[in-house]
Write a protein that binds this ligand. Structure first.
Ligand SMILES: Nc1ncnc2c1ncn2[C@@H]1O[C@H](COP(=O)(O)OP(=O)(O)OP(=O)(O)O)[C@@H](O)[C@H]1O
Ligand SMILES: [Mg+2]
Length: 779
């Protein structure tokens, strides 16, 4: 039997039709990704296509890794020569070779979100705009949307003419772009945009890649944006062997410029395209698929699809509502622990999905208490931690010194007493000469008026010089160790805050990564290491061999599948989000609904939906109704039993502890406020019991991510014990709130640590919030 015999008729057609454009449109779990891997195998094994003539693009590095594994298993020989990668990694590889043709240096750096913010803040300062009114994130999102649509600075300026706000954005875009250029840096969007620019401006380069990639495949095509589509279109223009697979019901990146039009336009640019549809879902049970269909059916203007599964029956989808988010988290963690212990479920077979990153923390807390090993994907990206960024900034400076943001980051880490005035002088010196900040430091003797600060800069330059020397005879891991020792970084971290130990552990983790990197890459250079690090999307921190429950946002879960899935926080106002619920257009709501569809269809055998009646968000208690997505599932498809029957004395004590801790950090009586007045709560923590927070000895305790105990403890340690300040408003006043708009104060309760304010908002209705968090302004 050949591997192709396991495919159904339509899948086989998509695999065998190797020449010419193919559009494969099909619902979740219908084997689209499987078609791509089999297609690669078929091209190599049966058609004699050279592996290096194939390019397969996926959405995340994890997906790329999975596809690579599957291809390795299917193809006997040469699979490693196939380019299986994300848009971004492919483009970086191309730009490393050729970006000098469009005026950059091939050793460019890649800026992450934090770096971008730093640059944009400086731009706002330089444009003399009031940073209280003009926020870098607004400018950055305007810039990013422009880049998604391939709108250049000058085009943006042209379109902005006559519109004050757009013109400001245009100026910011120009300044921002010039700064990046001066630093020889690209942001994430530039990686695609510059590749398109390169292809458009250098036909010979484009031609060489067209020859190279004679067969191109794109997974999750529904989420490609205009720039990415143009890139693929250019590459495929000559041979036209382009196969894209996607599902319009799973398009969830509109906010990032993903363009559903690309699906519709595909046939326009490739009129000869064969359109293939798959209708059998191989992933989920009928019960799960029914729920998914019941939800997505409510979107308008979609192409109705028939999706069926041979996996008849299956456990009903479960729905549980809790009084608070703590109880929700407790339920999930306890149940997972029980399944693992009693039923021998593997932790890795289970995922907890949620709408916003902020939901992770409570879940983590409970996982730790239950001794459930877990990994948080996203939100707490390892590489965005302060300590990791510090070390990487050192490495970047040692590597090239061309990245001003990196140099600025470490100039006073650890403290060297180099003040802002000194830095400004150096920056001015650099700007006038068109050189980088580090180059200015190297010429410190020429900078006037530095006084004693000059010596401090000189010794910094000397330090970097030493590291550069060492670099040639050391591995990356050794270099990191040397840097840590020389700058006294451990002591610095210990002093920095209460999380010193954890931070040091993270740095150790980076060293481990560097060691592993060297093992898997023959010529592991520092530059390559930095490049890989810059590209790892959040999901890539997950090590598949780890037997852990995955906690992640719905966005990160795309394309993945798990036997058991918990979908948490199903409340109107959270999922669908507040904005989508209150927006006039249905587009936002429909995008949220597609996200719900993605979530539901990740489950193979078991799906549990949960929600909480009350939830604290930034000190405000929110009372949210059950998500409309749950209500869209007909009751006969749901099993909604009691959530409280099985609560043990132990777990009550534990929740009392959690609630109490929230009390302290959020102001007194937080738990009471959180529980609300609907009278449903079946118990109240009368005595505050403080169980010792030690992981259970009989279960594996592995806490990765932000969830280590030290850091958890930091929740309360870090909390501010604020005495209530005098309020500037009183009952009856009209006030405004950043998110909810205007409303009237109905009640103010003075509590030990804060005021609890009840406001009736004109649009958002009644909310109870703590004054120090709510930042209400009297009108
Ligand atoms: N013909 C088949 N026979 C058996 N199993 C199959 C077949 N086709 C797909 N599967 C299995 O069904 C599951 C879903 O397949 P796959 O991940 O390729 O779907 P997909 O369409 O890419 O889903 P998504 O839309 O979520 O990305 C996988 O476990 C896959 O191995
Ligand atoms: Mg897929």
């Amino acid at each position: 039997m050949s591997i192709y015999d396991t495919l159904n008729k339509e899948q086989k057609e998509a695999v065998l039709r190797t020449d010419g454009p193919v559009l494969l449109l099909a619902g979740a779990g219908s084997g689209k990704t499987r078609v791509l891997t089999h297609r690669i195998a078929y091209l190599i094994d049966e058609m004699g296509v050279k592996p290096w003539n194939i390019l397969a693009i996926t959405f995340t590095n994890k997906a790329a890794g999975e596809m690579r594994d599957r291809v390795d298993r299917l193809v006997g020989f040469g699979a490693d020569q196939v380019w299986v990668s994300t848009f971004h990694s492919s483009c970086v590889r191309i730009l490393r070779r050729y970006i000098d043709r469009i005026g950059y240096d091939n050793g460019f750096t890649i800026y992450d979100a934090d770096d971008q913010k730093t640059v944009m803040k400086a731009v706002i300062r330089r444009l003399n705009l009031d940073p209280k009114i003009y926020k870098e994130r607004n400018f950055l999102s305007a810039v990013s949307s422009a880049k998604d649509e391939l709108i250049s600075v000058s085009e943006f300026e042209r379109r902005a003419a006559g519109d004050y706000n757009r013109s400001l954005q245009a100026r910011a875009y120009r300044e921002y772009q010039e700064t990046l250029r001066a630093n020889n840096a690209l942001d994430f969007d530039d990686i695609i945009v510059k590749t398109v620019e390169l292809f458009r401006n250098c036909p010979e380069v484009l031609d060489s890649y067209q020859e190279r990639f004679q067969y191109i495949m794109v997974d999750e095509y529904q989420d490609t944006n205009t720039a990415q589509f143009e890139l693929v279109r250019l590459l495929a223009e000559k041979y036209r062997n382009l196969c894209v697979v996607g599902d319009d019901d799973q398009s969830i990146y509109k906010f990032r410029g993903a363009n559903i039009r690309n699906i519709l336009d595909f046939e326009k640019y490739f009129p000869e395209a064969a359109v293939i549809r798959l209708e059998q879902n191989y992933r989920s049970t009928q019960a799960i698929l029914d729920a998914a269909n019941a939800v997505i059916r409510n979107n308008t203007g979609r192409k109705e699809k028939t999706l069926w599964t041979g996996r008849m029956g299956g456990e009903k989808v479960r729905f549980r509502q809790f009084d608070s988010a703590y109880e929700e988290a407790e339920y999930i963690a306890e149940e997972i622990a029980r399944k693992a212990v009693k039923k021998g479920m593997e932790y890795r077979d289970c995922a907890v999905l949620f709408r916003t990153n902020a939901q992770a923390r409570l879940l983590e807390e409970r996982m730790i208490m239950e001794g459930v090993p877990y990994n948080v994907v996203g939100g707490t990206n390892f590489y965005s931690r302060l300590e990791i960024k510090d070390i990487l900034a050192y490495l970047k400076t040692v590597d090239s010194g061309r990245d001003d943001v990196a140099v600025r980051r470490i100039i006073n880490v650890p403290r060297r007493g180099i003040g802002n005035a000194t830095l400004e002088k150096a920056e001015e010196f650099a700007r006038l000469r068109g050189i980088g900040l580090y180059s200015a430091f190297e010429r410190v003797d020429e900078i006037e008026g530095l006084g004693r600060a000059a010596a401090k800069i000189r010794s910094f330059v000397e330090l970097i010089r030493k590291f550069r020397e060492a670099r040639s005879r050391m591995t990356v891991a050794e270099l990191i160790q040397l840097i840590i020792e020389q700058i006294g970084y451990e002591a610095y971290l210990q002093d920095y805050d209460d999380d010193g130990e954890d931070r040091i552990a993270n740095v150790d983790e980076l060293i481990t990564k560097a060691v592993n990197y060297a093992k898997t890459h023959e010529e592991a250079t520092l530059q390559e290491f930095l490049e890989e690090v810059a590209l790892v999307a959040d999901i890539d921190n997950v090590n598949d061999n780890d037997n852990r429950v995955l906690l992640m946002t719905l966005h990160s879960a795309k394309g993945l599948e798990f036997p058991c899935v918990y979908l948490a926080g199903l409340e109107d106002g959270l999922f669908p989000g507040y904005m989508a619920v209150n927006s006039d257009s249905i587009e936002d709501l429909e995008e949220e609904r597609r996200l719900a569809y993605v979530g539901i269809t990740r489950a193979k055998d078991e799906l549990i939906l949960t929600s909480a009646r009350t939830r604290m968000i930034r000190g405000e208690t929110q009372y949210n109704p059950v998500s409309r997505f749950v209500r869209e599932i007909p009751p006969e498809l749901l099993e909604s039993g009691s959530a409280f029957g099985r609560k043990t004395a132990d777990s009550r004590a534990a929740s009392a502890f959690t609630d109490r801790r929230r009390d302290v950090s959020q102001g007194d009586s937080g738990a009471r406020a959180a529980r609300g007045s609907d009278g449903v709560a079946d118990y109240r923590p009368k005595a505050i019991v403080r169980p010792k927070v030690t992981p259970r000895a009989d279960k594996p305790f592995i806490a990765k991510g932000i969830g280590s105990l030290n850091q958890l403890a930091g929740i309360s340690r870090g909390a501010v014990y604020k005495a209530p300040e005098a309020l500037t408003y009183s009952v009856g006043d009209r006030v405004s709130h950043m998110k909810y708009g205007e409303g009237k104060v109905i009640k103010i309760d003075r509590e030990e640590r804060d005021y609890k304010v009840t406001v009736n908002f004109d649009k958002a209705g009644q909310k109870i919030m703590y004054a120090s968090f709510a930042k209400l302004k009297r009108l």
